[in-house]
Design a protein around this ligand. Structure first.
Ligand SMILES: Cc1cc2nc3c(=O)[nH]c(=O)nc-3n(C[C@H](O)[C@H](O)[C@H](O)COP(=O)(O)O)c2cc1C
Length: 325
């Protein structure tokens, strides 16, 4: 599939991250070399019922390309209606979530519980493929649990039913997000299918991406938590993959500028009030591990307005700069 192949040559992919991979986050990731980004998972039911909150997740702009929109659901007919809505919103590809382990999702038969339903997986992809012209991909787990590691079986079904690419998050559903990802599963899926395979799980440093490609032969890598507070990882991956010296971490001035730009974008797109609430987690991620950050982080949690937080942030960075000079 051209979009995936071209994007794979140009950099790494940003994972769908619920509550995180919104429009400003994707634009920030792209500014550092992310070559394909995904929305967070969007309910097929919500789209069909036209819930306002669900439509918010479709928000995009011309700079937000190429874009994959991820949907979750279990009823093939509803999903077919939902993906037509998504296609009309002008995105580049549709990804089907077959990996979310959250109770609220799996109790509806969607997400990772689909790993236990190979026949339904086939039907969903078949129906969805027929409903749209844009590429359809799926994001799967290694299996439901260690007694049912079936990523290869599911991948072959996906390929047979017309999926254009597969992302493998190499953890079992019952692991949630803990424990180590087993990249051997990605390698096994890559061997078993001809469509592009995107590897995911535990890329925390640019060199991890190189190692994943080397160990699994995957066509592209997708980064999840490694991007939190660290969008620069994409630049590092581009450098690592092109054999250049990897020197990607920003200096203090660049880090502060990134935080301010990111927040400004959140404010412009969602309004000051929403941004104030949603940006707190980003401040914690961006300042994690910096010298003496605990006092600032504690203070930022108590402050209630943007001006005071930005003032304290600037003050904290000024002191950091003084310490380092
Ligand atoms: C907070 C959070 C939200 C997530 N939301 C989604 C989601 O909406 N759709 C999805 O397919 N995976 C979701 N994931 C899983 C990630 O896309 C990714 O597969 C996982 O974090 C493993 O990659 P990593 O080890 O690089 O973080 C989420 C993970 C986290 C931590």
């Amino acid at each position: 599939m051209d979009i995936i192949k071209t994007a794979a040559k140009n950099g790494a992919f940003l994972a769908p991250l619920a509550g995180i991979s919104n429009l400003p986050f994707r634009l920030i990731a792209r500014s550092q070399g992310c070559s394909l980004a995904y929305t967070e998972m969007i309910s097929a039911n919500g789209l069909v019922r036209k819930t306002a909150k669900t439509y918010e997740y479709l928000k995009t702009c011309p700079g937000d390309r190429p874009l994959g929109t991820q949907i979750f659901g279990a009823d093939p007919q509803i999903m077919a209606q939902a993906v037509r809505i998504v296609e009309d919103s002008g995105v580049d590809l549709i990804d089907i979530n077959m990996g979310c382990p959250v109770k609220k999702v799996i109790k509806t038969g969607a997400g990772a519980v689909l790993m236990k339903e190979p026949v339904l997986v086939g039907r969903i992809v078949d129906v969805v493929k027929k409903a749209v012209k844009i590429p359809v991909t799926a994001k799967i787990r290694s299996g439901w649990n260690r007694f049912s590691i079936n990523a290869v079986e599911i991948a072959k079904i996906l390929e047979d039913c017309g999926a254009d690419a597969i992302t493998v998050h190499a953890r079992m559903a019952d692991q949630g997000y803990s424990g180590q990802a087993d990249w051997k599963i990605i390698a096994a899926v890559k061997k078993a299918v001809k469509i592009p395979v995107i590897g995911n799980g535990d890329i925390r440093q640019p060199q991890d991406a190189l190692r994943m490609i080397d160990e699994t032969s995957c066509d592209a890598v997708m980064v999840g938590r490694g991007v939190l507070g660290n969008p620069w990882i994409f630049k590092g991956i581009v450098d690592a993959c092109s054999g250049q010296q990897v020197n990607y971490l920003p200096d203090l001035e660049q880090r502060l500028k990134m935080i301010e730009n990111h927040w400004e974008m959140e404010s412009q797109i969602y309004g000051d009030k929403v941004a104030l609430r949603s940006f707190h987690k980003h401040i914690l991620w961006y300042t994690k591990g910096l010298d003496n950050s605990s006092r600032f982080r504690e203070l930022a949690g108590k402050l209630k307005d943007k001006e005071s937080i930005l003032h304290e942030l600037n003050e904290y960075f000024r002191l950091l700069n003084m310490d380092r000079s």
